[in-house]
Every structure is written in structure tokens, then in C-alpha cells.
Design a protein around this ligand. Structure first.
Ligand SMILES: Cc1cc2nc3c(=O)[nH]c(=O)nc-3n(C[C@H](O)[C@H](O)[C@H](O)COP(=O)(O)O)c2cc1C
Length: 411
């Protein structure tokens, strides 16, 4: 029996073909593919020249070439990169385009309820902002600008351990607590200090990222650096410890023993260790199999994020939407299952909800919006996704998030 009932074997083969072949020349393509197509990292798309403000942007993907134009090559490549051939990055998005929606008619959708509840907090929509590191390289206000946008549009925000602003600053800008993402490091004293700082900032949830070992093969990022002739030593110097010293989460903490953000010797015991060390809820981010979902729940995780780090960690060729059904099956309704990766349309969000996700997040588009137009760009990305979700909910005949069930998609 197949463990991923969402897509047939032939479809998976087709998706791989699409991801690896030249047929996918869309604006979404990341640099690895752009390079193969002979397009420069700093190129711009004709037709987008007329866009002068965020409210003129039609869809989320349009922000990508605008960001490419706004950013230095190395920074855009850092954002765009996957691993190896960037195929998993593309598949995360492509896979949504092979799931159909079964619309129902003559259902009263005059009033829509897009709200969801997560750990006792009600959110107006299931759309959340994923943790994205080093956002000051996209805009000087970085995570603080994202927090202001999240506050204005009332969305859940997760903050990276290696963010460019402290959790205290971001919480103040958000006007409410954010969820703290955790790269645990190989020094427990440092990990504990980060946890205590998040608790002090009122963070209700710790998001433990388990899918990213240090030193992934991010070739697109390396190529971007190669063509960027600026003097990067002004911001990047001192190797790994210099990198950490620039990250406010580590301010005032002795990081002399930290040599990595994720220790490859970690096992599932670490989940219990974290649970015992904090009063926050613990969500495990980076789960892609039924087996790991079951173990995460057994070990006391309060939630799961189906994620492959936006295709930045390993080249599996498995999109997250393909992984979602088996993870939902493994969680057995005991904990909420969130998802991210390749989400660019309201219909993508609808499909993920139909396959059992409680909330749906996105990473790169917030940085595209930020790089192109600062805070208003992030607001526009959030507004577009929300409007598109509302449109498809009306069209498909689902007046509430709860009404979006498996029967509304054709696997
Ligand atoms: C530039 C960049 C930095 C990221 N930094 C982190 C991070 O610090 N912690 C983390 O858990 N995930 C990180 N991610 C992964 C995102 O949280 C998220 O899983 C992913 O971006 C979703 O895929 P999408 O970009 O296709 O929407 C990062 C992703 C990008 C693109």
C-alpha cells in the first residue's frame, strides 16, 4: 500500500519531470534554474517595471522578480536557494498545481468564517508567517517590519533563532507575542538561555526545527556569492562565531562552546528534554513522514509543522503537500498539523486545509514583499493570500475553514 495516497506514482513521476525539465519557466523559478535558462540573478522582468507600489502587485509570485531586482545577487541567492538542483523547492509549489478542487454549488457563503484556533488563541485566518533568518539582508527593518505587517494584518508570526532582531524588539513591533523558532545549538546552556528569553517575552510556543543540519549543499547560494562583487566582510566576518555574535538571540550569552546550530547526535529524547525545560507548547517543525509524526506525538509534541525547510535542507523530491496526508494520519487528530513549503496562492492554502492542515505558512514570499516594498510589501502578500483564500472558499462552497474537507479536493 502506498504511504502517500495524495498523488499517484505516475503523477509523482510527472512532477519530477516538470521539476527537472525546461518546461517550468515561470516567474517562480529560483536561480539554479534561471542560470540554466541563461538568466542573470540581477535581471528584471519587462512588464513589471510599471509596478511602483505594493498595492499594484497582482499575485504573490510577482513579488519574486521585484525582489530579485531590489536585492544584491548574494542576498537574493541566499533567499532563493534550495539544495543541489533546487528541484524540491520547485516541487513544493508545482505539486499544488496537480490537485484539483471539487466545487459545490448553492451553499450559503454570504458570511465567511476563516478563523482557526491554535493552542487556545483564535486567529482570523489560518495563514501564518514562517521563521526566516537574517531578514535585515532584505530590508534594514527586517523582522521588525514583518512584525508590523503581521500586527496590521493580524497574523501569527514565527521568529527565527537567527533573526536580525531580538524577540523583545519583534514582540514590541508585533504588539503581541510571537512564536519562537529554535535552533537548539550543541550547547544546552545556550539553548536553555534562548528558551528562557522567549518565555520572558511571552512567547506561547517553541518551534523546534528538526530538518536542517548545518552545511547543506546550497549551490545556488554559492553561485550568487560568486557573482556578487561587493565587499561582504563588512557584515560577514569572524566565521561561525562572528555570525552568531551578530544575532540578537545570543546577546549576552556565552557562545564560546557553540560550534553548530543543530547537533547531528540529537535523537527524539531531545523533544522530552525541551518539554521538561519550558512552559511553552512545543511544536516540531520539519516532519514529513507518518512514522515521525507518531513518534513526535508519543514524545509529547503539542503540534507538528510539515516542512522540508522550503527545499533548503535535502533534495528529496517530495513536496510537503504530498507528505501532509501521511503526517495527518500519524498525528491521529491528537495535535494540530501545520504546513509550509511552496504556498503561493489562496487555492494552495485551501488544498492544504482540505488535506487536514490546521494552518498554512509561507517563507520566501514575506522576504520578496519585504525586499520589494518593505513593510507594505509584506502586508500586500498577506492581503493577497487572504483575499484569494476567501475567493476560493466562496467559489467552492465552504463557508468556514471547518467545512473545507477532503471531499473538496481530487487527489
Ligand atoms: C531565507 C530563508 C531562511 C529561513 N530560515 C529559517 C529559520 O531560521 N528557521 C526555520 O525553522 N526555517 C527557516 N526557513 C524555512 C521556512 O521557515 C519555511 O519552512 C520555508 O521557507 C517554507 O517554504 P517557502 O519558502 O517555499 O514558503 C528559512 C527559509 C528561507 C527561504
Amino acid at each position: 500500500m502506498r504511504s502517500t495516497p495524495s498523488l499517484t506514482a505516475s503523477r509523482r513521476k510527472f512532477l519530477r519531470y516538470l521539476a527537472l525539465g525546461p518546461a517550468v519557466a515561470s516567474s517562480f523559478l529560483v536561480e539554479g534554474s534561471l542560470r540554466r535558462a541563461g538568466v542573470s540573478l540581477q535581471g528584471s522582468d519587462p512588464g513589471l517595471e510599471s509596478i511602483k507600489s505594493a498595492d499594484q502587485v497582482l499575485d504573490v509570485m510577482e513579488f519574486e522578480p521585484l525582489a530579485r531586482k531590489a536585492l544584491p545577487a548574494a542576498h537574493f541567492a541566499y533567499l532563493a536557494t534550495g539544495v543541489d538542483d533546487d528541484a524540491t523547492v520547485r516541487l513544493n509549489h508545482e505539486a499544488y498545481q496537480h490537485i484539483e478542487i471539487r466545487s459545490r454549488r448553492l451553499i450559503n457563503v454570504e458570511k465567511l468564517d476563516t478563523s482557526v484556533e491554535l493552542f487556545g488563541t483564535k486567529w482570523e485566518t489560518p495563514i501564518f508567517l514562517c521563521p526566516v533568518s537574517s531578514m535585515k539582508c532584505f530590508d534594514p527593518d527586517g523582522e521588525v517590519a514583518v512584525a508590523r505587517a503581521a500586527a496590521k494584518k493580524r497574523h501569527l508570526q514565527m521568529l527565527s533563532t537567527v533573526a536580525g532582531s531580538s524577540i523583545a524588539e519583534v514582540t514590541a513591533a508585533r504588539g503581541a507575542p510571537v512564536w519562537q523558532q529554535l535552533y537548539p545549538t550543541n550547547d544546552w546552556a545556550v539553548t536553555r538561555a534562548i528558551i528562557k528569553r522567549a518565555e520572558a517575552a511571552g512567547s506561547p510556543v517553541l518551534v523546534f526545527t528538526v530538518d536542517h543540519h548545518d552545511k547543506a549543499n546550497n549551490e545556488t547560494q554559492a553561485r550568487g556569492r560568486r557573482v556578487d562583487d561587493r565587499d561582504c566582510s563588512l557584515c560577514h566576518s569572524g566565521g561561525f562565531s562572528g555570525y552568531l555574535r551578530n544575532k540578537p538571540a545570543f546577546d549576552g550569552i556565552d557562545i564560546s562552546k557553540v560550534t553548530m546550530l543543530y547537533d547531528p547526535s540529537f535523537t527524539w529524547d531531545y523533544v522530552k528534554r525541551l518539554k521538561d525545560a519550558t512552559t511553552m507548547k512545543l511544536v516540531v517543525k520539519g516532519i514529513v513522514t507518518r512514522e515521525d509524526a507518531e513518534i513526535a506525538v508519543e514524545q509529547g509534541a503539542n503540534g507538528i509543522v510539515v516542512s522540508n525547510h522550503g527545499g533548503r535542507a535535502e533534495e528529496t523530491l517530495r513536496s510537503t503537500i504530498e507528505c501532509l496526508p501521511e503526517v495527518v494520519a500519524g498525528a491521529k487528530g491528537k495535535v494540530p498539523v501545520l504546513i509550509d513549503g511552496g504556498v503561493r496562492r489562496g487555492t494552495d492554502i485551501f488544498k492544504a486545509l482540505a488535506f487536514g492542515a490546521t494552518a498554512v505558512g509561507f517563507g520566501r514570499p514575506q522576504a520578496w514583499g519585504l525586499a520589494a516594498f518593505g513593510q507594505s510589501g509584506v502586508e500586500a502578500v498577506l492581503a493577497i493570500l487572504r483575499q484569494e483564500l476567501e475567493k476560493i472558499m466562496r467559489q467552492a462552497g465552504t463557508p468556514s475553514i471547518r467545512a473545507i474537507t477532503r471531499t473538496f479536493v481530487v487527489p
